[in-house]
Design a protein around this ligand. Sequence first.
Ligand SMILES: O=C1O[C@H](COP(=O)(O)O)[C@@H](O)[C@H](O)[C@H]1O
Length: 256
Amino acid sequence: MTGDRRVLVFADRPALVESVASRFLSKVQDLLAERELVHVALTGGTVGIAVLAAVAASPVRTSLDWSRVHFWWGDERWVPAGDAERNDVQAFEALLAKLGLEADQLHPFATSDEGLTLEEAADSAAEELARFGTDSQPFPTFDLVFLGVGPDGHVASLFPHRSGIQVTDRTVIPVRNSPKPPPERLSLTRPVLNGADRIWLVLAGADKASALGLALAGASRDEVPVAGVKGRLRTVYFVDAEAAVEVPAELIASEY
Ligand SMILES: O=C1O[C@H](COP(=O)(O)O)[C@@H](O)[C@H](O)[C@H]1O
């Protein structure tokens, strides 16, 4: 089922961020030449948002037809609209506000002040995914999913030793008592993430080294959820030198 997996190591965080931003722009350009709509799932987190800011700053950005790109999120923090902790707010400020998008191109999770329970918000997000589903699955095949990775190895809001990473019968789950604040969240599940053509994991810093090393050395997804994500065509780990210190040497393709 799974395509190619590779680790690209960069000297430092700025080099990593610049490279991912430029690859993202050319990948979207290529995809737009092949198909009518492109579906991208964004991540929160330090590197993920820095990549979006670098995309915004690139002169190439204005040459793309963003009206055919749809944006989704891998997870969201259950806080009110406009809260600076929300992944969608951060993405909007970093990039999306500059792209001239129509509302129907954006698929954010519900906000905690909309009058829905967390469970209802998960169901509502699942319905939105299903609107773009195919004959064989109740969700779109994402062209590209970005994922950050927490120091504990979490991806989206799927945390170690929690049931979320094992869920296969739902597309979106409510997350309660998250080990990382805020405690309530919403997350896509592994089948939706792994249904993507490409997963690009973006991570930097020494605090990520252990989780990444474990995942690539074959640890279980229960222990380090990042071990459980694999795109259908390709899975690329974009990491800086500090995060890469425990990566098995044979998996590394250096891009200094
Ligand atoms: O809370 C979250 O954290 C992770 C990773 O964040 P980082 O700042 O350690 O890079 C992120 O992937 C996720 O989307 C977000 O909700």
